[in-house]
Design a protein around this ligand. Structure first.
Ligand code: SAM
Length: 286
């Protein structure tokens, strides 16, 4: 079996099928076996696992997944790649299924029920960067049976997902991700590990889903609305952000009273608050 992690083999397949990279689908194929090893190791994939791969491309990571997992379900939007996967690059494996779909439109709950009897799966992917956040948030917000999501993303996005209060990268994405999962950056990956090379650095991030949210909050929607409001106007105080938010209708006095009840100053900024504090603020304002 010739592995696509070897750039020579990738070039062979690209030439054989006259593949033109589809920029609109965020196609940057991996050509580094060390990175593939790191993804498999970080995800902790074993023969017991059913893995969902988003965007197999020509099958570079899929080959590794098929060799390490029990079963691989790969969802690819580009239909021209499907016959290449089925008849060539993955033809040596019998533990995969390709679904030619847009992952954002797929009923993943139903898929996991059908493919794994509703038991937790793992997600592994070198994500298309133009839709990284919608894909990750879909996987988290739909409360699917998922063990961990181990994915390649833009470095800057990985930093934002993992950041804590006080860091310049801390924001609504950090809090949204950390409400559902524990984030861990497993590797930084330079542009020369891909073909074609992206213009940005990349990182492998593992999100291990919490069994229970780390914060108990009475109205999740309100908490996230407060989080969005306080980071929408980053240079303003949290109080002004909330009072000016078109999504919310709290008065200055209400916000000031809630903040003072928490021992926080009226001039505090959103970036100083932990997830627990946003939870408490939300419960106080409810
Ligand atoms: N896994 C391959 C690799 O590592 O070499 C390819 C990764 S490439 C960065 C992203 C892949 O996601 C491409 O194959 C692209 O066609 C696919 N893709 C893009 N948008 C998608 C979507 N909405 N649903 C499913 N696949 C998508």
């Amino acid at each position: 079996m010739a592995y696509l992690g070897d750039p020579k083999r990738t070039i062979e397949i690209l030439n054989k099928y006259h593949i033109v990279f589809q920029k609109k689908f965020g196609q940057n194929f991996l050509i580094d076996t060390h990175v593939l090893d790191k993804i498999i190791a970080a995800a902790g994939i074993t023969r017991e696992d059913t893995v969902l791969e988003i965007g197999p491309g020509i099958g570079t990571m899929t080959q590794y997944l098929c060799e390490n997992a029990g079963k691989v379900i790969a969802v690819e939007i580009d239909r021209t790649l499907v016959p290449i996967l089925e008849n060539d690059t993955l033809s040596g494996y019998d533990n995969f299924r390709i679904i030619n779909e847009d992952v954002l439109k797929l009923d993943l709950k139903k898929l996991i029920d059908e493919e794994n009897g509703g038991r937790p799966i793992k997600v592994a992917a070198n994500l298309p960067y133009y839709i990284t956040t919608p894909i990750v948030m879909k996987l988290l917000e739909e409360r699917l049976p998922i063990d961990n999501i181990t994915v390649m993303v833009q470095k800057e996005v990985a930093d934002r997902m993992q950041a804590g209060p006080g860091s310049k990268d801390y924001g609504a994405l950090s809090l949204a991700v950390q409400y559902y999962a524990e984030a861990y950056i497993a590797a930084n990956v330079p542009p020369n590990c891909f073909m074609p090379r992206p213009n940005v650095g990349s990182a492998v991030i593992r999100l291990t889903l919490h069994r229970e949210p780390p914060v108990k909050v009475r109205d999740e929607k309100l908490m996230f609305a407060l989080i969005r409001a306080s980071f929408n106007q980053r240079r303003k105080t949290l109080q002004n952000g909330i009072v000016n938010s078109p999504e919310l209708s709290f008065t200055k006095e209400q916000v000031a009273a809630a903040l003072s009840g928490m021992g926080l100053s009226e001039s505090v900024r959103g970036e100083a608050l932990t997830l627990e504090q946003f939870g408490e603020l939300s419960d106080r304002l409810l």
